[in-house]
Design a protein around this ligand. Structure first.
Ligand code: ASP
Length: 323
Protein backbone atom coordinates (compact mmCIF):
# COMPACT_ATOMS: atom_id res chain seq x y z
CA UNK A 1 0.00 0.00 0.00
CA UNK A 2 2.78 2.41 1.11
CA UNK A 3 4.97 1.46 -1.87
CA UNK A 4 2.06 1.95 -4.16
CA UNK A 5 1.39 5.41 -2.74
CA UNK A 6 5.08 6.41 -2.98
CA UNK A 7 5.19 5.28 -6.58
CA UNK A 8 2.06 7.14 -7.52
CA UNK A 9 3.34 10.35 -5.91
CA UNK A 10 6.62 9.99 -7.83
CA UNK A 11 4.66 9.67 -11.05
CA UNK A 12 2.66 12.74 -10.05
CA UNK A 13 5.83 14.77 -9.41
CA UNK A 14 7.32 13.74 -12.76
CA UNK A 15 4.09 14.63 -14.54
CA UNK A 16 4.06 17.99 -12.79
CA UNK A 17 7.61 19.02 -13.77
CA UNK A 18 6.97 17.90 -17.36
CA UNK A 19 3.83 20.00 -17.35
CA UNK A 20 5.74 22.94 -15.85
CA UNK A 21 8.22 22.90 -18.76
CA UNK A 22 5.45 22.46 -21.28
CA UNK A 23 3.68 25.40 -19.70
CA UNK A 24 6.55 27.85 -20.00
CA UNK A 25 6.26 30.57 -18.91
CA UNK A 26 4.61 29.76 -15.59
CA UNK A 27 5.92 32.89 -13.85
CA UNK A 28 6.78 36.45 -14.95
CA UNK A 29 9.57 36.97 -17.48
CA UNK A 30 12.14 39.69 -16.76
CA UNK A 31 13.08 42.00 -19.64
CA UNK A 32 16.36 43.79 -18.89
CA UNK A 33 16.51 47.40 -20.14
CA UNK A 34 20.08 48.74 -20.33
CA UNK A 35 19.07 52.40 -19.80
CA UNK A 36 17.31 54.59 -17.25
CA UNK A 37 13.56 54.41 -16.58
CA UNK A 38 11.46 56.88 -18.54
CA UNK A 39 13.79 56.92 -21.57
CA UNK A 40 13.08 55.67 -25.10
CA UNK A 41 14.34 52.12 -24.56
CA UNK A 42 12.33 51.83 -21.37
CA UNK A 43 9.24 53.09 -23.23
CA UNK A 44 9.59 50.51 -26.02
CA UNK A 45 10.18 47.80 -23.38
CA UNK A 46 7.02 48.65 -21.47
CA UNK A 47 4.84 48.75 -24.58
CA UNK A 48 6.45 45.54 -25.81
CA UNK A 49 6.00 43.92 -22.41
CA UNK A 50 2.25 44.48 -22.53
CA UNK A 51 2.00 43.17 -26.11
CA UNK A 52 4.06 40.03 -25.43
CA UNK A 53 2.28 39.24 -22.19
CA UNK A 54 -0.86 38.41 -24.21
CA UNK A 55 0.58 35.47 -26.22
CA UNK A 56 2.83 34.33 -23.36
CA UNK A 57 0.06 34.47 -20.76
CA UNK A 58 2.48 35.97 -18.22
CA UNK A 59 3.56 39.42 -17.15
CA UNK A 60 6.84 40.78 -18.51
CA UNK A 61 8.65 42.69 -15.81
CA UNK A 62 10.92 45.54 -16.91
CA UNK A 63 14.19 45.65 -14.98
CA UNK A 64 16.28 48.77 -15.63
CA UNK A 65 20.02 48.24 -15.50
CA UNK A 66 21.17 51.74 -16.48
CA UNK A 67 24.76 52.43 -17.45
CA UNK A 68 26.46 54.89 -19.78
CA UNK A 69 26.49 53.26 -23.22
CA UNK A 70 24.03 50.57 -22.09
CA UNK A 71 26.82 48.02 -21.63
CA UNK A 72 25.84 46.50 -18.26
CA UNK A 73 22.42 45.15 -19.29
CA UNK A 74 23.80 42.76 -21.93
CA UNK A 75 26.42 41.53 -19.48
CA UNK A 76 23.70 40.70 -16.94
CA UNK A 77 21.68 38.79 -19.53
CA UNK A 78 24.71 36.97 -20.90
CA UNK A 79 25.32 35.62 -17.37
CA UNK A 80 21.65 34.86 -16.59
CA UNK A 81 20.26 31.32 -16.49
CA UNK A 82 19.13 30.38 -20.03
CA UNK A 83 15.64 29.37 -18.96
CA UNK A 84 13.58 31.99 -20.79
CA UNK A 85 12.87 34.00 -17.65
CA UNK A 86 15.49 36.69 -18.43
CA UNK A 87 15.67 38.40 -21.82
CA UNK A 88 17.31 41.56 -23.12
CA UNK A 89 15.85 44.45 -25.07
CA UNK A 90 18.48 46.61 -26.73
CA UNK A 91 18.94 48.76 -29.78
CA UNK A 92 21.41 49.89 -32.46
CA UNK A 93 23.97 50.31 -29.64
CA UNK A 94 24.48 46.50 -29.57
CA UNK A 95 25.97 46.87 -33.07
CA UNK A 96 28.14 49.94 -32.42
CA UNK A 97 29.74 48.96 -29.09
CA UNK A 98 32.05 46.28 -30.59
CA UNK A 99 33.82 49.04 -32.56
CA UNK A 100 33.67 51.58 -29.75
CA UNK A 101 34.84 49.58 -26.73
CA UNK A 102 38.20 47.90 -26.43
CA UNK A 103 37.17 46.06 -23.27
CA UNK A 104 33.60 44.94 -23.85
CA UNK A 105 32.84 41.99 -21.53
CA UNK A 106 30.54 40.23 -24.00
CA UNK A 107 30.50 39.45 -27.69
CA UNK A 108 27.22 40.77 -29.09
CA UNK A 109 27.16 38.30 -32.00
CA UNK A 110 28.32 35.20 -30.13
CA UNK A 111 27.13 35.39 -26.53
CA UNK A 112 23.39 35.74 -27.17
CA UNK A 113 20.52 33.98 -28.85
CA UNK A 114 18.88 36.57 -31.15
CA UNK A 115 15.06 36.45 -30.86
CA UNK A 116 14.08 39.08 -33.43
CA UNK A 117 13.65 42.72 -34.40
CA UNK A 118 10.86 44.78 -32.85
CA UNK A 119 10.55 48.28 -34.31
CA UNK A 120 12.44 51.38 -35.31
CA UNK A 121 12.23 55.02 -34.25
CA UNK A 122 13.71 58.23 -35.74
CA UNK A 123 15.63 60.82 -33.74
CA UNK A 124 15.54 64.60 -33.38
CA UNK A 125 18.20 67.12 -32.45
CA UNK A 126 16.82 69.41 -29.78
CA UNK A 127 18.12 72.29 -27.67
CA UNK A 128 17.14 74.02 -24.46
CA UNK A 129 14.18 76.34 -24.94
CA UNK A 130 16.23 79.56 -24.80
CA UNK A 131 19.01 78.34 -27.11
CA UNK A 132 19.81 81.35 -29.30
CA UNK A 133 19.04 79.95 -32.80
CA UNK A 134 15.67 80.16 -34.50
CA UNK A 135 16.40 77.74 -37.34
CA UNK A 136 18.98 75.21 -38.53
CA UNK A 137 21.07 77.82 -40.31
CA UNK A 138 21.43 79.89 -37.15
CA UNK A 139 21.93 76.71 -35.15
CA UNK A 140 24.95 75.72 -37.23
CA UNK A 141 26.41 79.21 -37.16
CA UNK A 142 26.00 79.43 -33.38
CA UNK A 143 27.62 76.05 -32.72
CA UNK A 144 30.58 76.82 -34.95
CA UNK A 145 31.10 80.23 -33.33
CA UNK A 146 30.67 78.93 -29.76
CA UNK A 147 32.10 75.42 -29.90
CA UNK A 148 34.08 75.93 -26.69
CA UNK A 149 31.02 76.59 -24.61
CA UNK A 150 28.21 74.52 -26.20
CA UNK A 151 27.33 71.33 -24.27
CA UNK A 152 25.81 68.21 -25.75
CA UNK A 153 24.25 65.45 -23.62
CA UNK A 154 24.22 61.78 -24.50
CA UNK A 155 23.63 58.41 -22.83
CA UNK A 156 27.31 57.41 -22.97
CA UNK A 157 29.54 55.97 -25.65
CA UNK A 158 27.55 53.43 -27.65
CA UNK A 159 24.13 54.96 -27.00
CA UNK A 160 22.01 56.05 -29.96
CA UNK A 161 22.26 59.64 -28.71
CA UNK A 162 26.05 59.31 -28.78
CA UNK A 163 26.05 57.86 -32.29
CA UNK A 164 23.79 60.65 -33.56
CA UNK A 165 25.93 63.36 -31.95
CA UNK A 166 29.14 61.80 -33.22
CA UNK A 167 27.83 61.64 -36.79
CA UNK A 168 26.41 65.14 -36.55
CA UNK A 169 29.65 66.66 -35.27
CA UNK A 170 31.59 64.86 -37.96
CA UNK A 171 29.11 66.06 -40.63
CA UNK A 172 29.45 69.70 -39.55
CA UNK A 173 33.18 69.28 -38.76
CA UNK A 174 32.80 70.83 -35.33
CA UNK A 175 33.30 69.14 -31.95
CA UNK A 176 31.55 70.31 -28.81
CA UNK A 177 31.77 69.13 -25.21
CA UNK A 178 29.74 65.94 -24.60
CA UNK A 179 28.23 65.13 -21.20
CA UNK A 180 27.37 61.45 -20.62
CA UNK A 181 24.34 60.21 -18.64
CA UNK A 182 23.01 56.69 -17.87
CA UNK A 183 20.13 57.14 -20.26
CA UNK A 184 18.50 60.00 -22.08
CA UNK A 185 15.66 60.36 -19.53
CA UNK A 186 17.97 62.23 -17.09
CA UNK A 187 19.73 63.97 -20.03
CA UNK A 188 16.44 65.29 -21.40
CA UNK A 189 15.49 66.53 -17.94
CA UNK A 190 18.65 68.64 -17.91
CA UNK A 191 17.97 70.04 -21.39
CA UNK A 192 14.41 70.97 -20.35
CA UNK A 193 15.85 72.48 -17.17
CA UNK A 194 18.26 74.58 -19.26
CA UNK A 195 21.43 73.04 -17.74
CA UNK A 196 22.62 71.46 -21.00
CA UNK A 197 22.38 72.93 -24.51
CA UNK A 198 21.78 70.01 -26.90
CA UNK A 199 20.61 66.41 -27.16
CA UNK A 200 19.87 64.09 -30.05
CA UNK A 201 17.18 61.68 -28.92
CA UNK A 202 14.33 59.57 -30.18
CA UNK A 203 10.94 61.05 -31.03
CA UNK A 204 9.60 58.71 -28.34
CA UNK A 205 10.55 61.17 -25.63
CA UNK A 206 11.31 64.41 -27.50
CA UNK A 207 7.94 64.80 -29.30
CA UNK A 208 5.91 65.69 -26.17
CA UNK A 209 8.57 68.24 -25.13
CA UNK A 210 8.68 69.76 -28.63
CA UNK A 211 4.89 69.97 -28.79
CA UNK A 212 4.73 71.56 -25.33
CA UNK A 213 7.33 74.14 -26.38
CA UNK A 214 9.75 73.02 -23.65
CA UNK A 215 12.64 72.55 -26.12
CA UNK A 216 13.62 73.75 -29.59
CA UNK A 217 13.95 71.22 -32.42
CA UNK A 218 16.25 71.57 -35.45
CA UNK A 219 15.55 68.48 -37.52
CA UNK A 220 14.65 64.79 -37.72
CA UNK A 221 17.18 62.07 -38.57
CA UNK A 222 14.94 60.00 -40.87
CA UNK A 223 15.00 60.11 -44.66
CA UNK A 224 11.40 61.30 -44.72
CA UNK A 225 9.67 63.72 -42.37
CA UNK A 226 7.93 62.19 -39.35
CA UNK A 227 4.12 62.38 -39.39
CA UNK A 228 4.05 63.30 -35.70
CA UNK A 229 6.19 66.39 -36.36
CA UNK A 230 5.30 67.30 -39.95
CA UNK A 231 6.66 70.84 -39.68
CA UNK A 232 10.15 69.65 -38.70
CA UNK A 233 12.48 69.21 -41.71
CA UNK A 234 14.90 66.31 -42.10
CA UNK A 235 18.64 67.05 -41.88
CA UNK A 236 19.03 65.74 -45.39
CA UNK A 237 16.58 68.42 -46.56
CA UNK A 238 18.57 71.05 -44.70
CA UNK A 239 21.83 70.28 -46.45
CA UNK A 240 23.39 67.34 -44.53
CA UNK A 241 23.22 64.92 -47.44
CA UNK A 242 22.38 61.34 -46.42
CA UNK A 243 22.39 62.10 -42.71
CA UNK A 244 20.10 59.31 -41.57
CA UNK A 245 19.76 57.36 -38.32
CA UNK A 246 16.89 55.09 -37.39
CA UNK A 247 17.13 53.46 -33.99
CA UNK A 248 16.13 49.83 -34.26
CA UNK A 249 15.21 47.65 -31.29
CA UNK A 250 15.50 43.90 -30.85
CA UNK A 251 15.24 41.09 -28.29
CA UNK A 252 17.98 38.68 -27.25
CA UNK A 253 18.19 35.78 -24.79
CA UNK A 254 21.16 34.18 -23.08
CA UNK A 255 22.76 31.35 -25.08
CA UNK A 256 21.51 27.80 -24.56
CA UNK A 257 17.73 28.10 -24.14
CA UNK A 258 15.69 24.89 -24.48
CA UNK A 259 14.18 24.93 -27.98
CA UNK A 260 10.49 24.90 -26.89
CA UNK A 261 11.14 27.88 -24.60
CA UNK A 262 13.02 29.79 -27.31
CA UNK A 263 10.26 29.07 -29.85
CA UNK A 264 7.65 30.49 -27.47
CA UNK A 265 9.62 33.73 -27.18
CA UNK A 266 9.89 34.00 -30.96
CA UNK A 267 6.16 33.40 -31.52
CA UNK A 268 5.40 35.79 -28.65
CA UNK A 269 7.42 38.50 -30.40
CA UNK A 270 5.70 37.75 -33.70
CA UNK A 271 2.23 38.12 -32.19
CA UNK A 272 3.31 41.38 -30.54
CA UNK A 273 4.54 43.08 -33.74
CA UNK A 274 1.23 42.42 -35.53
CA UNK A 275 -0.89 43.42 -32.52
CA UNK A 276 -2.86 46.56 -33.55
CA UNK A 277 -2.63 47.97 -30.02
CA UNK A 278 1.17 47.63 -30.12
CA UNK A 279 1.35 49.27 -33.56
CA UNK A 280 -0.83 52.17 -32.37
CA UNK A 281 1.40 52.76 -29.33
CA UNK A 282 4.62 52.62 -31.39
CA UNK A 283 3.11 54.99 -33.99
CA UNK A 284 2.16 57.33 -31.14
CA UNK A 285 5.82 57.89 -30.36
CA UNK A 286 6.91 58.16 -34.01
CA UNK A 287 8.08 54.59 -34.61
CA UNK A 288 6.99 51.63 -36.70
CA UNK A 289 6.89 47.92 -35.78
CA UNK A 290 8.96 45.73 -38.14
CA UNK A 291 7.08 43.54 -40.63
CA UNK A 292 6.53 40.12 -39.07
CA UNK A 293 9.05 38.60 -41.51
CA UNK A 294 11.80 40.46 -39.61
CA UNK A 295 10.65 39.41 -36.15
CA UNK A 296 12.67 36.21 -36.09
CA UNK A 297 16.18 35.02 -35.16
CA UNK A 298 17.52 34.59 -38.72
CA UNK A 299 16.45 38.07 -39.82
CA UNK A 300 17.94 39.65 -36.69
CA UNK A 301 21.19 37.69 -37.04
CA UNK A 302 21.84 38.82 -40.62
CA UNK A 303 20.64 42.40 -40.06
CA UNK A 304 22.74 42.64 -36.89
CA UNK A 305 25.91 41.46 -38.66
CA UNK A 306 25.24 43.96 -41.45
CA UNK A 307 24.84 46.75 -38.87
CA UNK A 308 28.11 45.81 -37.12
CA UNK A 309 29.85 45.89 -40.50
CA UNK A 310 28.17 49.16 -41.47
CA UNK A 311 29.09 51.11 -38.32
CA UNK A 312 32.66 49.86 -37.73
CA UNK A 313 34.33 51.91 -40.52
CA UNK A 314 32.23 54.98 -39.74
CA UNK A 315 33.24 54.80 -36.08
CA UNK A 316 36.89 54.12 -36.92
CA UNK A 317 36.87 57.14 -39.17
CA UNK A 318 35.44 59.28 -36.37
CA UNK A 319 38.23 57.92 -34.14
CA UNK A 320 36.12 57.50 -30.99
CA UNK A 321 37.04 54.82 -28.42
CA UNK A 322 36.15 53.88 -24.88
CA UNK A 323 38.14 51.54 -22.67
N1 ASP B 1 17.89 54.69 -25.78
C1 ASP B 1 18.61 55.17 -24.62
C2 ASP B 1 17.72 55.39 -23.46
O1 ASP B 1 16.70 54.76 -23.40
C3 ASP B 1 19.39 56.35 -24.91
C4 ASP B 1 20.26 56.25 -26.10
O2 ASP B 1 20.44 55.18 -26.68
O3 ASP B 1 20.77 57.28 -26.45
O4 ASP B 1 18.01 56.16 -22.57
Amino acid sequence: MFRQLALSSLVAVAALSGAALAQYPNRPVTMVVPYAAGGPTDTVARVMGVAMSKPLGQTLIVENKPSAGGILGPEQVKNAKPDGYTILIHHIGMATTPALYRQLRYKPMEDFEPIGLINDVPMTIIARQNFPAKDFKEFLAYIKANKDKVTYANAGIGAASHLCGMLFMSAIQTDVLTVPYKGTAPALKDVVGGHIDLLCDQTTVTTPQVKAGMVKVYGVTSKERVSLLPEVPTFDEQGLANFEILVWFALWAPKGLPKPVFDKLVTGLQSAVVDPAFKAKVNDFGGEPVPVAKANPEALRSFFQAEIDKWRPIIQKAGVYAD
